[in-house]
Design a protein around this ligand. Structure first.
Ligand code: AVJ
Length: 769
């Protein structure tokens, strides 16, 4: 049996250092029946026209693709060489100046130009992922395999799609993205279709992304005509090949050799038209379509190849909301390589009428994206057991207990950075400094001045725990020297939100703050005053079951590790007031998905229903993303950004991020890691845990946050789960969890869970005495 997913290749791309959680994708086999249906209807429609016509995309089966490769090597066919010269000459400059991290190529060619582009990107440390988009899954997979060999660090994520569909880039793609449409394939579309296509490209883009277009220019008609009428007849064979495709795919009976090739350049229309001319009368049977008569001399138009001048290209791009950034031209054979950037389109006025919603086809593509990229279905194996974590701490003045000003904290982090050779850079998202540790950990600041350490994923839980502990302890003691206390609780227990400010002013946080404030006070509390510990896990070979397990565990993680009962110096009545803040800030984007049959479908629905924060007008009330998309007030390209504004308890993003745990002091970091990994990564424990947990209970999340382990059923299940987690940890072996860490976990259980307590009780005790 052949595996459509080349596992070695994916394995290669998976274990990359930073941000390596976004690793793995592969083409899915196309739906053959659906492909045949659209071929049949395209052919039926094309042959019913007065000028019979066929869409050129059907040239490119294996033989057709090979014939086209041969065309590109013909001395007469100047297009490919002209474009190649331009790419070699200008790509280095483009890569250096704009530093795209991903390449999305419309219609994946032989790979030669792709290599030129990727090599230039890699020169500037920027080739993260490559997304070839093509209708042929087979072709895509082959070129993906070859590219993965030359670029082992590159994530190759082929997208099987028709250029006529909405373009939905993988939601985990690294930005900025360079979209490329090369080879003058744009010339196959008349100006209406070309504009529509460019608009689909534009809709997939975000600010900062770029579009690279290759287009053949008008020139000496004789030169053009030669390129499409080579003396060896390769182009003629290529042309006739489309009939062979119909004979094979539809069972048609075209007499291929009795059609001859014609390709005149129509100077007034500035296009080559390729035709197949019937040499004599004939009757062709096309099963599923009928019988079609061809009179002698009658032709089928198989392709148009438009030639442009600069004004035309400017007009086409302008109509699709692009502005030309650079124009590079090859003088020897007039040909243009155009770099364009997306420009905003004036906001549309919302119209009345029924609430719009995206069509079935778009939703279907978003669901497919969720399956392939968020849940990474079919990409993982049972052996994938990386664990990562992000821990936050609250920074307050040691005497006044007021939030520490960011400038002060930043100075302290710089001192630690100098000592530990961390490098400082500017975070685009936060418009603030961030730091990288030599082993790809990241230190960033949150909007209220909280500090976050994101540790790189590790194959050893103990190694991860040591990394988290030493980093946080080192930071905390250095903060202490400067009179800043690091508070490891889920929420600031002293300062009311009214006395805090937003300390990061990036557009992202400003807009979030405004959005949440329109709902209530909890958004501001969450952004400025909470701290949590997030645990990241591989999706494994059965992502849906793992997702269901993590979602059902989420209330238990909240209750067992609850550590935020006090706010504004008063008991809140919640064991985890942080969990309460998250649940309340905007229910359209938080909570549990509670699976359903297909979590990818459920998650897509959840994301479509969530109101937009970062896209659309800042001054109107936020509406669900689905509505905004259907109304043309945002674009599919905004989807990726939108996904980053969703905060469910378990967030799928090519790996799973469990967001339910309150911040804890460093000595207990190991406990939630071992609880979750022991249950999730040891199959027998995972199975038994699902049984203990039973059917999902939508009310449990709120109960767990409010009462912690006070509910006897929750407490007894928590103890059962700890037992299974412990078995899991032991079974996973010493290399995964060291014996001393199992002991630390036991200590946590004895001290807290066994007594029906969590760290929240210690806080409550301390204000009562
Ligand atoms: C691949 C569409 C750019 O229009 O020049 C080559 C196809 N047709 N010879 C082109 C083609 C005939 C080619 N494109």
């Amino acid at each position: 049996m052949t595996d459509p997913v080349p596992t070695e290749g994916s394995a290669n791309t998976r274990v990359r250092s930073d941000e390596s959680w976004n690793g793995t994708d592969a083409a899915r086999a196309t739906d053959d029946a659906a492909a045949r249906d659209s071929l049949t209807s395209d052919v039926r429609r094309g042959l019913a026209r007065a000028q019979k016509a066929l869409p050129p995309k059907y040239f490119y089966d294996r033989v057709g693709s090979e014939l086209f490769e041969e065309i590109t090597r013909l001395p007469e066919y100047y297009l490919t060489r002209a474009e190649r010269r331009l790419l070699l000459r200008w790509m280095p400059e483009l890569a250096q100046r704009y530093r795209p991290r991903s390449l999305l190529e419309l219609g994946a060619g032989s790979g030669e130009k792709t290599r030129i582009i990727l090599r230039a990107m890699r020169e500037h440390r920027s080739a993260d992922s490559y997304v070839p988009l093509d209708i042929s899954a087979e072709f895509l997979e082959e070129s993906a395999v070859r590219l993965r060999e030359e670029f082992p660090d590159l994530t190759v994520a082929p997208l099987v799609a028709d250029l006529a569909d909405a373009i939905i880039p993988p939601s985990t793609i690294a930005r900025p993205v360079l979209f490329a449409f090369l080879g003058s394939t744009i010339g196959n579309f008349d100006s209406g279709d070309a504009t529509a296509l460019l608009r689909r490209v534009r809709a997939a883009m975000q600010p900062g992304d770029l579009f690279l277009l290759g287009a053949d220019l008008h020139k000496d008609p004789a030169r053009i005509e030669k390129a499409y009428n080579d003396p060896r007849g390769v182009t003629a064979e290529f042309n006739r090949n489309v009939l062979r495709v119909l004979n094979r795919e539809l069972g048609a009976d075209f007499e291929v050799e009795s059609f001859s090739h014609r390709a005149p350049y129509l100077v007034d229309e500035r296009r080559v038209e390729m035709h197949l001319v019937a040499e004599r009368d004939q009757l062709v049977t096309l099963p599923g379509i009928g019988r079609i008569r061809f009179a002698a001399g009658e032709s089928i138009r198989t392709e148009i190849c438009c030639k442009y001048d600069r004004e035309q290209i400017e007009a086409l791009l302008g109509a699709a909301d692009f502005a030309i950034e650079r124009w590079w031209e090859d003088g020897a054979d007039p040909y243009a390589l155009v770099l364009a950037r997306p420009v905003p389109r004036p906001a549309r006025v919302p119209r009345g009428g029924p609430t719009p919603w995206p069509g079935r086809a778009v939703i279907h593509r978003l669901e497919r994206d969720a399956r392939e990229h968020l849940f990474a279905l079919d990409c993982g194996t049972a052996e994938d057991r990386r664990i990562g974590a992000e821990v936050e701490i609250l920074l307050v003045d040691a005497t006044t207990r007021a939030p520490a000003p960011l400038e002060r904290s930043l100075e302290v982090v710089r001192r630690v950075a100098a000592r530990r050779s961390w490098t400082e850079s500017r975070s685009l998202k936060a418009a603030m400094s961030e730091f990288r540790t030599p082993h790809a950990g990241r230190i960033t600041f949150e909007p209220g001045g909280q500090l976050e350490y994101s540790a790189p994923p590790s194959l050893s839980l103990s190694e991860l725990a040591r990394d988290l502990e030493t980093t946080i302890d080192d930071l905390s003691s250095t903060f202490a020297e400067d009179g800043i206390a690091s508070v490891s609780l889920g929420i600031d227990p002293v300062t009311p939100v009214e006395q805090t400010t937003l300390q990061l002013h990036a557009e992202r946080y400003r807009r979030m703050d405004r959005h949440f404030n329109s709902i209530g006070k909890f958004g501001a509390r969450m952004m400025r005053q909470t701290a949590s510990m997030q645990i990241c896990l591989d999706v494994g070979d059965d992502p849906y079951t793992r997702f269901a397990l993590l979602e059902r565990l989420s209330p238990y993680v909240i209750a067992i590790f609850a550590n935020s009962p006090i706010y504004a110096a008063k008991a809140t009545g919640h064991m985890s007031y942080r969990a309460h803040a998250w649940r309340t800030l905007d229910p359209s984007r938080t909570g549990l998905i509670l699976d359903g049959a297909d979590p990818a479908v459920a998650y897509t629905r959840f994301a479509l229903d969530a109101r937009t924060i970062l896209t659309g007008s800042e001054h109107e009330a936020a509406r669900p993303f689905g509505e905004q998309l259907a109304a043309g007030r945002c674009r599919v390209g905004d989807w990726t950004t939108h996904l980053t504004t969703l905060f469910p308890e378990v967030r799928p993003r090519g790996y799973f991020e469990l967001r339910s745990c309150d911040a804890l002091v460093s000595e207990w970091f190991v406990a939630p890691l071992a609880f979750v990994a022991g249950l999730v990564y040891h199959a027998p424990s995972a199975g038994a845990a699902l049984e203990v947990l039973g059917a999902p209970d939508p009310g449990l999340l709120a109960d767990a946050g409010r009462c912690g382990l006070a509910d006897p059923k929750l407490a007894s299940r928590a103890r059962d789960l700890w037992r299974l987690a412990r078995e899991g940890c032991v079974a996973l072996g010493d290399a995964f969890v060291a014996g001393t860490d199992v002991e630390r976990m036991d200590e946590y259980v004895r001290r807290f869970t066994m007594r029906g307590r969590s760290p929240a009780h210690d806080s409550l005790d301390s204000i009562r005495t």
